[in-house]
Structure formats: C-alpha cells, structure tokens
Design a protein around this ligand. Structure first.
Ligand code: HEC
Length: 139
C-alpha cells in the first residue's frame, strides 16, 4: 500500500489563502493605527493641547474615580457620566454645546460654567484642561 500524496496545487492554494488572510490582517492593523494617529493629531490641533499629557493629568486628578474613561487604567467610576466617545456628542454637561473651548472651560471650572454641578472644582491648570480635552476627543 502506498501513501497518498497531497496534490501540490492544493498546497499552493492553501499557502495563497494563508498569505491573503495575513495581508488582510496586516492592512487592518495599519488602517487602525493610521486612524488612531489621525484622531490624536486632529484632537491636539483642535484643542491646542497634547493628548499624552492629558492622559497623565487624568490619572493625576483621578477623573477615573468618577468617570469611565477608555484607555485609562482603573477609570471605571460611576459617579459622573461615562466619557466614552464624548467627542461624538453634540451636548454635554446637561445643555452645553460640545466644542473644544466649551469642554476645556468646563474641565477648568465646572462650578463657574454650571454652578451647583456635581462635578467638583479640581484646580486643573489651563494647559492641562486643554490636554485633557485633547485626550477625550482623541478616543
Ligand atoms: C467627584 C466625582 C468627579 C470627579 C473626580 C470628576 N468628575 Fe467629571 N463629572 C462628575 C459629575 C457628577 C458630572 C455630571 C455633572 C453635570 O452634568 O453637571 C461630571 C461631568 C463631567 C463631564 C461632562 C460629561 C457629560 O457627558 O456631560 C466631563 C467632560 C467631565 N466631567 C470630565 C472630568 C474630568 C476631565 C475630570 C478630572 C479632571 C473629572 N471629570 C473629575 C463627577 C466628577
């Protein structure tokens, strides 16, 4: 009895399919990274901030003790609204039109912008507020 050989055409077809799947996966990863990078560049330009510093400030001021903030370790707070995708929202903090200046102002002085809001004054600096807004818009 002799062993049946796998036809070489089948081997080639399998390799071709594997290569196509790998190429599709790689281009998906590249597209994801490009999109993420573009969002970050755009968010920094819109706010005049720096999303990286924004992330550091979010950790330092412990915004995540009250808010869910994607990409920030332990930011799973349930006191205030979930900040996931806040950049796509038209209105925030009840009735404020969402734009970089308004978001920065609110983070800087929530009690001045919305007296009596449950969001406390945290003593955030102006450059930090801009960078926090950049981080939130870059998601
Ligand atoms: C003690 C809890 C607490 C902390 C700490 C806190 N927040 Fe808030 N935050 C709130 C509450 C409550 C609201 C809802 C207030 C409102 O709508 O007037 C809010 C609202 C917001 C909103 C508007 C969200 C929306 O969808 O309307 C943003 C943005 C925000 N906070 C960002 C931050 C950032 C950035 C920090 C850290 C610098 C922070 N918060 C720290 C409690 C907190």
């Amino acid at each position: 009895m002799h062993r049946r050989r796998i036809p070489s055409s089948l081997i080639w077809l399998t390799l071709l399919i594997a290569a196509a799947v790998a190429a599709a996966g790689a281009s998906g990863v590249v597209l994801y990274l490009q999109t993420r990078h573009a969002k970050r560049v755009q968010a920094d330009a819109m706010t005049g901030g720096d999303w990286r510093r924004g992330k550091t400030a979010i950790v330092r001021y412990q915004c995540g003790s009250c808010h869910v903030i994607p990409g920030v370790d332990g930011a799973t707070g349930q006191v205030g609204p979930d900040l996931t995708g806040i950049g796509t929202r038209v209105i925030f903090a009840g009735d404020l039109a969402n734009n970089p200046a308004a978001l920065t102002r609110f983070i800087l002085h929530p009690q001045r912008v919305r007296p009596g809001s449950a969001m406390p004054e945290l003593g955030v600096r102006r450059d930090e507020a801009r960078s926090i807004a950049a981080y939130l818009y870059a998601q």
